[in-house]
Design a protein around this ligand. Sequence first.
Ligand code: MTE
Ligand code: MO
Length: 411
Amino acid sequence: MPKSGTIKASRRNVLKGVGMAAVGASLSPAGAALAQGTAPAAAPKGPKLLEMEGKAKLAVLGDKPLVAETQAELMDDDVTPIDKFFIRNNGLVPDAPADAKAWKIKIDGEVEKPMDITLGDLMSRFPNVSYKMMLECGGNGRAFFSPEARGNQWTNGGAGCAEWTGVRLADVLKAAGVKPSAVYTGQYGADPHLSGDATKASISRGVPIAKAMEPHTLIVFKMNGKDLPLIHGGPVRLVVPGWAGSSSTKWLTRIWVRDKIHDGPGMGGFSYRLAKTPIVPGSKGDEKDTVILEAMPVRAVISFPADGAKLASKKLDLRGHAWAGENEVKTVDISTDYGVTWKPAKVDAPPNKYAWQRFTASVDLPSAGYYEVWAKATDSKGVTQPFVAGNWNPQGYGGNPINRIRVLVAT
Ligand SMILES: Nc1nc2c(c(=O)[nH]1)N[C@H]1C(S)=C(S)[C@@H](COP(=O)(O)O)O[C@H]1N2
Ligand SMILES: [Mo]
């Protein structure tokens, strides 16, 4: 972890206090979406904070199902600790099994040897591997769309980089013998539907066979070296890194190898789909003109200082993380003058493919006063972040405008 430098990211430094009231009142709380223009949003309420054993006070976006995002200033660790990791449920949380190793996963469909394998067998039969990899909700960045898109209003905190340990899905599928007719996976979890109807899956997504066979796609049973917590899909889940998190099925019970694109709940309508050609923002759109969202786009998040920080010095040592779905982040640029000039940050190499990358920069703010600090990442394909969330779509996927924080230099 880099040193904090001259300022510390603590709640005390977030503009809220007496004396800063004039500015504080006009700054929205950290975690709330920044207005599109320079005029600060009118004193919005702070988010409701999560109260859950083993979890930090994340920003609650929804209660039923439970959805909570990680505030940008909690996205500072090289590996996201379990307590700071975002939560996205579509249904209810199933009961923890009495015996995790006896948990069964069915592999069927377009395979030579369908199987029911226990978690215990899975762990001992196949090589165990660990990678630091991003899991990011498909809706991350939705709050930046204008007009508002339907769904949980994620800012940038529907993402985290944990160290996942498990077995390669490819090894398991190879053992089952994938038939040439295999096209897609259809994945099921044990979480009951919100209605309580036991015949309904809360969500059931899948990925093309090529992504399922990718060596980083894992059936996971450990997170940061600990048994996978129930809230994150324990005892066993999939992690399909770099792609919309919805295909990283928690509480995994079945992988049905399909001979066509899977059609479970969450695969149809506008769910996890982007507009094929740009549509009028706010319009209804047509399902036929959409494509399935696969890899997530490039994004940078400043984790220090916090949005709204009061700085004691004009010299700012900032840092954050950037990631880019299937790609590596090549550069991160910083602007303190609303995008007129940009200065490159230092970007660290990822420890392995699909891990987020640390960026650091030292910027000299010219005077005391109010500034916005902007960060923009560019990936290995040369794709960068837009100034605003473009490519509007009814359910708000792919929103990745440049990251902006507000700071006040007090000297
Ligand atoms: N069984 C099941 N798996 C699921 C979900 C779910 O609701 N049920 N939510 C998905 C979505 S949309 C995301 S973004 C990730 C979130 O994982 P997390 O809660 O561990 O952060 O899990 C995915 N896997
Ligand atoms: Mo998600």
